[in-house]
Design a protein around this ligand. Sequence first.
Ligand SMILES: Cc1cc2nc3c(=O)[nH]c(=O)nc-3n(C[C@H](O)[C@H](O)[C@H](O)COP(=O)(O)OP(=O)(O)OC[C@H]3O[C@@H](n4cnc5c(N)ncnc54)[C@H](O)[C@@H]3O)c2cc1C
Length: 501
Amino acid sequence: MEAMSVNTKIVIIGCGIAGISAAHRLFKAGFHNVRILEATARSGGRIKTGALGDRIVEIGANWIHGPCKENPVFCLAQQYGLLDPEALTPENQAMDVGGHPPWVPNFFSSSGRKLNAEDVFPALEMFAELLNEGSEFPNQGGEPFSNMGEFIRSEVQQRSEEKWKDIDANTRSLQLCTISNMLKVECSVNGAHSLDEVGLGAYGLYKTLPGLDCTFPGGFEGLVKNLISELPGGLVTYSRPVRRVHWSNSERRENPVEVECDDGEKITADHVIVTVPLGYLKKHHSTLFDPPLPLHKLHSVQRLGFGTNNKIFVEFDSPWWDADCEVIHLIWEDEDAVVDTVLDIQGSWIKKLFGFTVLKPTERYGHVLCGWIAGHESEHMETLTEQEVTHAVTQLIRRFTGNPTISPRRVLRSQWFHDPWTCGSYSYPGKGCSEQDLENMREPLPWKGSQSKPLQVLFAGEATHPCYYSTVHGALLTGWREADRLISLYSNVSEPLKSKL
Ligand SMILES: Cc1cc2nc3c(=O)[nH]c(=O)nc-3n(C[C@H](O)[C@H](O)[C@H](O)COP(=O)(O)OP(=O)(O)OC[C@H]3O[C@@H](n4cnc5c(N)ncnc54)[C@H](O)[C@@H]3O)c2cc1C
């Protein structure tokens, strides 16, 4: 296989983890005519380590979700020596948290009170129950609602009337406000504007791995740097956006694919692996492919969701949360219904920020919080100046703590929606989505039954993984998957045929 593969020309579009892992796999299998075209001046894509003062912070991916032996990101990180010893312990790898790590919470309310966890326990319990039930619909039609939001709201109304009929009106109202907070948490987790946009049947397609989520003490980008260092220098061309991919649905040509760059350069290839984010694909599919995507694939691109989740890092001189606290929830007491969106986005966007995670350990990070805000409110936040964001966050914290003197030392936010090469944060199964859509996403061009040369255009990237979408390990596995597809194409054909392919 080796001699033939050397000449097979493969172009990969995008140097995020999916593009890098595809190149890595191909190169190791003997394909040496591989190059990556990357629009920006850096590799990593949505893995992006930044700085807040002299501390590192993750602008994009933060955790290895489910760090266990089945998680390739965990295995590579371990191999490269990038993790703390604690993350490597068997206990850590065996802990099955079902995607929701058991973080120690603090709750603050909009009237400036710190609440006890017991005060909101009934709401947390009911919400956890509903998420579980929501993920158990089999995605075969027949669900009671089309989306998670309606399902949760309707169940909350029914169950609260039964279960909480004997508790006083104030306590009951606090539970409903807490449910609104939990809905906003889920908007961030799913990267969706509202749970009304997340398909009920499809919600359960996402699978978790065992292991207590861990972080990279030296930054997630360390993983990217290690992988890139094992590829030949010059394999990646930076600042080279691709404008159009010309493929062939009918004729048989020598080099059937032509990649046209923004600067006008045209590169021919035997195969192209497209790893651009789903947000970019939704916006640019009509100009990116010539001929256009087949309708069934296009409909799946449109049905799958791709929303925004941003971070706002806030540094303080001293903490206003408990020493053991890992997550802070901000509960608005003036929300009169169970809601996860804000009506007046310009005036009240900050109400969508569900709270903060605490960067740990303190010796490494100091007193830094990471605020989380999803949806259109988050997209509006991106348009504001850093001073405006700082002002809004300062007012918010003063209100919830009841302490009018608290002032952050530094603030830094991400802006994923306005990143022209990402156009949002990550994918989720939208309303009406099914497993078939995820299968269509990863289907190569031309599709089955075509007479033209097979596997001209292949698709990788987080949104093409059937159950680990929206994660780094999912994206990495899709890069390997598409590399393997090509590797097996060439290992399955006889020598005389190979020269014709
Ligand atoms: C705020 C945030 C938090 C997250 N947290 C986590 C987390 O804790 N754990 C986790 O597992 N995952 C997390 N994720 C998701 C994770 O970052 C992604 O799933 C993963 O990094 C996606 O990798 P990818 O290779 O599919 O896409 P990307 O990393 O987006 O790579 C695509 C590349 O294509 C390039 N590109 C786009 N258009 C073109 C073009 N026309 N020509 C050339 N190049 C182009 C882009 O510049 C980019 O470099 C988070 C994401 C965000 C935004």
